[in-house]
Design a protein around this ligand. Structure first.
Ligand code: DX5
Ligand code: ZN
Length: 221
């Protein structure tokens, strides 16, 4: 089965987002990666909860892949209308009690994922494998698009895949950050399943969206 694509909407044409979402949906792209930042856990702000809620409106088959880079993320769930079909990643480093947060996401009918930043040991996720559908492995330091890949990310990806496979659980790995044309094939071979495509690939300079999406899928078979 081929890898799944989650283009990062913060890298898209911010003045034409409804069209962008409809085009991705028509191209059969599985997810829209929506980065939510609180300007505390990371020193940046992207979309507010109202925008995150509104992204669902034009969607037919594509689903929200909401990456919450915020302390105590539960405070935003109602305003975002987290629910059926959503995939929601919360940061281990940002939660007082990640177990409760993940259970809240599941209780709303959404798919819970634990996200870990580059300095967090991959073994950390072992405590959560019974509660998540995916692990979001940050391959850059969270907060900004356009960054270089964090040192050691590829080895972390292989180690994480090994840990999950040893657990015998069917858990996906999503990679997020500098998932470039050059890196995505190797990431696939090292065990990544879902690819956040941003400024270093689908939303890089040059290719029209349709060609960029087709090229990405050809690289992550
Ligand atoms: C960064 C975000 C990423 C970012 C990816 O904190 O989580 O989703 O948009 O952008 P690139 O692909 O440019 O690193
Ligand atoms: Zn992200």
């Amino acid at each position: 089965m081929r890898g799944l694509l989650s283009p990062s909407v913060m890298c898209a044409d911010l003045l034409n987002l409804e069209d962008e979402i409809k085009k991705l949906d028509e191209l059969g792209v599985e997810y829209l990666h929506i980065d939510f930042m609180d300007n505390k856990f990371v020193p940046n702000i992207t979309f507010d909860t109202n925008m995150v809620k509104s992204f669902r409106k034009p969607m037919k088959n594509i689903r929200r892949d909401i990456h919450i880079m915020a302390f105590e993320p539960q405070q935003f769930f109602d305003a975002m209308e987290i629910g059926d079909g959503d995939m929601v990643s919360v940061h281990y480093e940002a939660c007082e009690n990640a177990h409760a947060v993940l259970s809240d996401i599941r209780g709303r009918g959404a798919s819970p994922c634990i996200a870990i930043s580059p300095d967090t040991p991959v073994e950390t996720v072992l405590d959560y494998l019974d509660e998540v559908d995916a692990v979001l492995l940050m391959t850059v330091y969270p907060g900004f698009a356009g960054q270089p890949m964090a040192e050691g990310s590829m080895d972390r990806l292989s180690a994480l895949r090994e840990l999950i496979d040893k657990s015998g659980k069917d858990i996906s790995i999503e990679v997020d950050g500098h998932v470039s044309w050059d890196h995505c094939g190797e990431m696939r071979s090292r065990g990544a399943d879902i690819f956040v495509a941003g400024s270093s690939s689908v939303y890089g300079k040059g290719l029209p969206l349709k060609e960029a999406v087709e090229k990405f899928y050809s690289l992550v078979q």
